[in-house]
Write a protein that binds this ligand. Structure first.
Ligand code: SER
Length: 330
């Protein structure tokens, strides 16, 4: 991993992964591409950024050749809720985008990182301690593209020896870039609402348990997997990983420890609740822990504290914060 391309670089994971990779590998060795014509200044000023549609294979190929890329972190994708609203477009972006990346990787001898998700599971999957290898059969277009994506990656690895590795991410919590159109977005929105209004109306039931992870752990997992010794990997792709398995009620209680006036209410959105109910409560990630030493650093309490400090700082800079919670208690 010397010269890296990050697709979806303006998205929730991509925006943070790009910056960490630039610190680790040197800014000139990390090229960022995304569909946005107005990425944030940090991304633009710290290295090369190109606007590109991931469905355009020639455009992907040109960037890879021009910058002599050897590793592609492929993060461009539509999330679950948006994909349900536009299933055909989601197939196009998630599947054609992945096929383009795998083809370019095959022709240019690149390694590929592919993020799958808890969304790759369905109602027939065991919800507790979801095994690494188990029945999947998701109900959503997002899930269909993630399972098909996992299989396509396996195929390219087996058929063409493309070095593809991947993870099944849980819901991701971060302060830098908002998640866009996923079921687990509540776990990000709640922090903005807690700091700005000291109240949040949650679209999932109070007891909806899902796996979550703080972004620094998610970024670290991707890099660590790509650097893992191949001889230690039995699974290679689609590793279950998790950090924090929580309900909205538990997250609210932890936030309340810092913002005592915070109030949580619930107005269930049946569509998003149905998707959440079809996903695992808690994945078994022992294969990742055993094969390449995955371990998370952020527990619920450490994540909430860090998130509130960093987000309060960001919002005060943006002049967003109103009311009593300018000074959450730590
Ligand atoms: N965070 C994603 C979503 O909610 C799941 O991978 O769509």
């Amino acid at each position: 991993m010397r010269k890296v391309l990050v697709t979806g670089a303006t998205g929730q994971i991509g925006s943070e992964l790009t910056m960490v990779l630039r610190q680790q590998l040197g800014a000139k060795n990390v090229v960022a591409v995304g569909h946005s014509r107005q990425p944030d200044l940090q991304l633009l000023q710290s290295g090369v950024y190109r606007t590109l549609d991931i469905r355009d294979q020639v455009a992907v190929q040109n960037v890879v050749i021009e910058h002599q890329v050897d590793t592609i972190f492929h993060l461009a994708s539509l999330l679950s809720v948006v994909a349900e609203q536009q299933p055909q477009k989601a197939w196009d972006i998630n599947m054609q985008g992945l096929m383009n990346v795998l083809e370019v990787a095959r022709m240019n001898h690149c390694a590929v990182f592919f993020p799958s998700s808890i969304g790759a599971f369905g109602l027939q999957t065991p919800a507790m301690n979801t095994p690494q290898d188990t029945i999947q059969r998701p109900d959503t277009m997002y899930g269909v593209t993630k399972v098909a994506g996992e299989l396509l990656c396996d195929y390219y690895h087996k058929r063409y020896a493309v070095e593809v590795r991947g993870l099944r991410y849980p819901g991701l919590i971060s302060f830098k870039t908002q998640a866009g159109g996923g079921v687990t977005d509540y776990a990000v929105e709640i922090f903005y609402a807690a700091l700005q209004q000291q109240a949040y109306c949650c679209f999932l039931r109070a007891d909806t348990q899902l796996d979550m992870m703080y972004m620094p752990d998610a970024v670290n997992a991707a890099i660590r997997l790509m650097q893992a010794d191949i001889n230690q990997l039995t699974h290679h792709n689609a590793f279950n990983i998790t950090a924090i398995s929580i309900t909205p009620e538990q997250l609210a209680a932890e936030i309340k420890r810092h913002i005592p006036e915070f109030k949580m209410s619930y107005k269930i959105d049946p569509a998003r609740q149905a998707i959440a109910d079809s996903w695992p409560r808690h994945m078994d990630d022992s294969c990742a822990r055993k094969e390449w030493g995955w371990r998370h650093e952020y527990s619920l309490s450490v994540m909430v504290k860090d998130m509130l400090v960093k987000l309060a700082d960001k919002l005060s800079g943006d002049d967003y914060v109103t009311g009593a919670s300018r000074n959450p208690v730590f």
